[in-house]
Ligand binder design. Sequence first.
Ligand SMILES: Cc1cc2nc3c(=O)[nH]c(=O)nc-3n(C[C@H](O)[C@H](O)[C@H](O)COP(=O)(O)OP(=O)(O)OC[C@H]3O[C@@H](n4cnc5c(N)ncnc54)[C@H](O)[C@@H]3O)c2cc1C
Length: 449
Amino acid sequence: MASDHAARSIRSQIPMRTIPASCDVAVIGGGPAGSSAAALLARAGFEVVLLERARHPRPTVGESLIPHFWKYTDLTGATPLIEAEGFVAKAGGITVWEGEIRRISFADFGFRRPALHVERDVFDHLLLRHASDCGARVFEEVSVTAVEPAAQSPRLHYQDRCGGETVRGELRCRYLIDASGASALLARHFKVRHLARSRHQFLSFWGYFQDSRFVGADGRGYPGDRLGAVRPVTFVRSYEDGWIWHIPLRRVTSVGLVVYRNRALAMSGTERQTYFLDTCARVPYLRELLAPARFVEGSLSGRPDFSYYVDTVARENCYLIGDAGGFVDPIFSHGVLNAFYSASLAALAIGESLRDPARRDRHAQLCARRIRQFYSFSRALALGDVGANGVDLESVKGFMRSVPRRELELMLAASLLTRRTRHFRTLVAAAGLAAHIESRIEALAQLRL
Ligand SMILES: Cc1cc2nc3c(=O)[nH]c(=O)nc-3n(C[C@H](O)[C@H](O)[C@H](O)COP(=O)(O)OP(=O)(O)OC[C@H]3O[C@@H](n4cnc5c(N)ncnc54)[C@H](O)[C@@H]3O)c2cc1C
C-alpha cells in the first residue's frame, strides 16, 4: 500500500500532458531501435511521436555491445552521453566451446573505440532522453493496443496510464515505425512473424551476481574490484544444455543461460532458479568466477519465443525495426547493433519518402531488402539457417558486400569462436575474403586459462 501511495504521489507531480492526435511519424517502443529512429527523424525536422509502454529506466537484457555500434550513435548524436556515462569498456571475448578455449581482441581488427558492457536500463534511458532532446515527443507509460495500417494514414490505438488512471486515445500518422521489440505488434497484425524451425531453439534465463570475479583480456581471472584497472572480456562457454554468458557490469555481473527449448520448457519457475544456480555453481570456469559472488535475490528473468523471423519488414508507410522485425539467438551480440542499423535505414527511407512521396514504395522496398540482409547474415552465422527460416545466400552476400571490411571480418571471425555452425567457410568464400581473413584467424589462437 505504501509503495502504491508513493507511486501515485510521484505521478501526481508529473505535469498533465497531451498526446497529439496526428504526426508525421509515430514510433511504437523506446528501446534502442525506436529511440534512434525517433532521434534521427526529429533531427531532420519531422514531427515524431514515440509511445513507450514502460517508464524508463526499465529493466532489459542484452548488455554486450560490439565496437562498431559507435558509428550509429555518432549519427544520432548520442555518443557524448554514452561516453560521459562511463560504462565498462571491454577488450574482446573469450570462449570455452566444447572444451576449446579461444580469444578475440577487437584491437586486432583495427577498432580503436572500445566495445562496451552496458546496464541496459541506463543505456536505453539515455537514448530515449536523447530522442526527446532531439525534438521527438516521447510519452512513457503508453501501451499501443491496436494498429490499423492504411495506405494514406495509419492509426494507432493506445492506453495512457500516466497520472494513475487509464486514458484511451488514437494517433494518426503518415508513417508508422514498429520498434516494439518482441511484442512485434505489426508483424503479428500482418501475420508475417514466424517462429523459426531449427535445431537451435532456445529459451533464456538470466540473473545478476555481486562481487563476481571477471575474465581479463589476458585470459586470467581478476577480483571484481580490479574492473577499473583491467579491461574485461565477455566470457562465453558452451555446456551440455546450451551456452552461458558472463558479463561484468559496474556494480553487478550478468550471467545468462541460453538453454535448449525442450530442456527448459520442462521446468517450472522454481525449478528454473534451482537449475540456474546449480549450473552456475557446477560448470568449470564459471564456478571459479562466481565462487566469491552472491546471487542478487529476485533478479532471475527469462525470455521465451526465442527465434523468429518476419517476411516483410517495410511496406508502403510501415516499418518494422530492431527485434520487432526478427530475433536471432544473441550469441554474437548483434541485437543492439541491428536495432541501430535498421533504425538508421528506416529513418533514411522515411525521411526521403516524406520529402518525395512519389518514391515512397521504392524507398520501402530498398530499406526492406537491406534490413532483411542483416537479419539473414546474423541468422546464417548464429544458427546456420542458410536456405531455411527466411535466409537465402544471396541476401547474406548482399549484406557482406555492403558492410565495411573490418566489421565483416570481426563478425565472421567471432563466429569461429564457437562451433555453432559450419557456415564460416562458405560465407568467407562468398564474400571473397578467404585469403585475407586467414591472418585474422591467427589472432584467435587457442588459449590456456
Ligand atoms: C537473452 C538475451 C540476451 C541478449 N544479449 C544481447 C547482447 O549481449 N548484445 C546485444 O547487442 N543484444 C542482445 N540481445 C538482443 C537485444 O536485447 C535486442 O536485440 C535489443 O534490445 C532490441 O532493441 P529494440 O529496440 O528492437 O527492442 P527492445 O529493446 O525490446 O525495446 C522495445 C520497447 O518497446 C516497448 N513496447 C513493447 N510493446 C509495446 C506496446 N504495445 N506499446 C508501447 N511500447 C511497447 C517495450 O517496453 C520496450 O521498451 C539479447 C536478447 C536476449 C533475449
